[in-house]
Design a protein around this ligand. Sequence first.
Ligand code: HEM
Length: 360
Amino acid sequence: MSFTIRPLATGLPRFGSRVLLANAARRAPLTSVRGYTTSGGSTKKSSNNTLLFLGLAALGGAGGYYYHNSQQGVKVLDSSNKKKEIDYNQVYKDIAEILEDNDYDDGSYGPVLLRLAWHASGTYDKDTKTGGSNGATMRFEPEATHGANNGLKVARDLLEQIHAKYPEISYGDLWTLAGVCAIQELGGPTIPWRPGRQDAMTAESCTPDGRLPDAAQKEKHARDIFYRMGFNDQEIVALVGGHALGRCHPDRSGFDGPWIESPTVFSNEYFKALTERKWIKKELPNGGWQYVDKANPDVMMLPIELAMYQDKEFKKYFDEYAKDEAKFFEDFSKAFKKLTELGVPFKGDEKVYVFQKTTE
Ligand code: HEM
């Protein structure tokens, strides 16, 4: 894949100039809210569903391999008795190829692919062992239309061309691999990844609305949501560093703008911005509000992020990652791998892939 690399030697690149910043321009500054829905929280998973998964697993064990023919809406048994080998390194390269698009947002689909991987995974509930990237239940209503998932159709649709080329890959594997690819290709740490997610066949497996965080809430809400997945304070702060990438869209979340001036470069600039700048409240047309940087109101922070920074326990990690990018990369890689593996029924003998960045 060839990214347009523009060394931004002087000044700020224009905000929203569709310039794609790649690794070489990592430190270059560039200069859109989601009130996630909050109803519900825990789910009683249909026992039919469990039975379906168990049934499929048994079939897999017996050598058969089911896949879903979405065109005809039927389940098909592949009697070849052998699951076709998937070249995951090539899948990675093919995703890397389609990341750049100068007509989309800031020039890359990477951020929205990362958000897809996180929202597919972040529904996990460790107590009921439901949700997570296994199943890829966001393919179905009602999960596809949960308020928190606004805008993610862009990412799901984009990946259909990859799925068409590799029909044997599960959507859960494809979406998480795409998240890994986005992080790595936009300059982030390498993230070991392994296959093993199985697609759910019906909407019964959808998680209830309200499992993803609501940006308008406070630090307690962040803890409630991420503790439910099994994360600690340090892992939560590392993961939120994903906001180095991308932006908020008024028509998706209601918030508006990127967190930093280089929204297509994975770095610890998000932490530097949060901890070093003066953030002031700004009213939004939808009646909500967000923070903007006093010196550059084009960049923003969500209400929950400043609330988290005011919490003593969370604060120490925000400060640490602002000072030490290597530590942030190391911790983010571990936490993101954990996130994308929550609830996945690995057999234990899966090959772990460390994909090589196409930019190196
Ligand atoms: C307290 C936790 C979090 C909250 C409240 C939150 C909230 C939001 C909101 C409101 C948006 C804007 C959506 C839009 O309008 O398009 C967003 C975007 C995004 N989030 Fe988060 N998020 C959280 C955690 C995370 C985590 C853990 C990651 C990844 C590791 C992540 C990655 C992203 C990315 C990459 C975008 C940009 C998407 C794009 O540019 O299209 N977020 N988030």
